[in-house]
Design a protein around this ligand. Structure first.
Ligand SMILES: Cc1cc2nc3c(=O)[nH]c(=O)nc-3n(C[C@H](O)[C@H](O)[C@H](O)COP(=O)(O)O)c2cc1C
Length: 179
């Protein structure tokens, strides 16, 4: 079987620490992984972690590309699937609206293959009717799939629905997309 190419989108949610584990698991499972980070994600975790784990450059800036072809266009052609983990409420809103104002949202709008979102957020954000409408739109219009979120302890100190699925479960969902 040819090696599958995963674009791993990392957004600015507190569950970014689990994205490093997911990246490692994807690579160990035999996927080629290219990571794209939002500016908020870069404020929470170093791209160097993903550079090391994926063994590829990490896209963090739309405007520092060295190649003639914009990197987000190259990546969108390279990828067999886009996985966004953690996936913020903000990203879902932008994806649902066609906004492309940083590397990940621009890559996502350019990419037409299978998309898996792993939402992770505060339980009130998750329960927001606007968030739910945006998510329903990306599922209905773009065919995006979701994994999680789970109910449990949240970083904000409460218990509720909004916890990102565990990396092992996200990996299983990615593998199921190709089964
Ligand atoms: C420490 C910290 C943790 C955050 N965690 C989350 C989160 O888990 N989910 C979420 O939707 N937003 C979270 N936010 C808010 C996002 O970072 C904010 O909405 C940002 O604009 C998201 O940008 P992005 O979607 O481009 O990454 C958090 C913010 C901070 C400062």
């Amino acid at each position: 079987m040819t090696e599958r190419h995963i674009i791993l989108g990392v957004t600015g949610g507190i569950a970014v620490y689990k994205a490093a584990d997911l990246c490692s698991r994807l690579v160990s499972a035999g996927f080629q992984v290219r990571v794209v980070m939002t500016p908020s994600a870069v404020k929470l975790i170093s791209p160097k972690i993903f550079l090391t784990l994926s063994n590829h450059d990490v896209l963090t800036d739309l405007f520092t590309e060295h190649e003639a072809k914009p990197e987000h266009v190259h990546l969108a052609t390279w990828g067999d699937a886009l996985v966004v983990a953690p996936c913020t409420a903000n990203f879902i809103g932008k994806y649902a609206s066609g906004i492309a104002d940083e590397p990940l949202s621009t890559t996502a709008l350019t990419f037409w293959g299978p998309v898996l979102l792993a939402p992770a957020m505060n339980d009130n954000m998750w329960a927001s009717p606007i968030l739910q409408e945006n998510l329903a739109k990306v599922v209905r219009v773009l065919g995006a799939r979701t994994v999680g979120p789970e109910t449990g302890h949240l970083a904000c100190g409460t218990t509720g629905k909004g916890r990102m699925s565990e990396p092992a479960d996200i990996l299983a969902a990615v593998q199921a997309m190709f089964a």
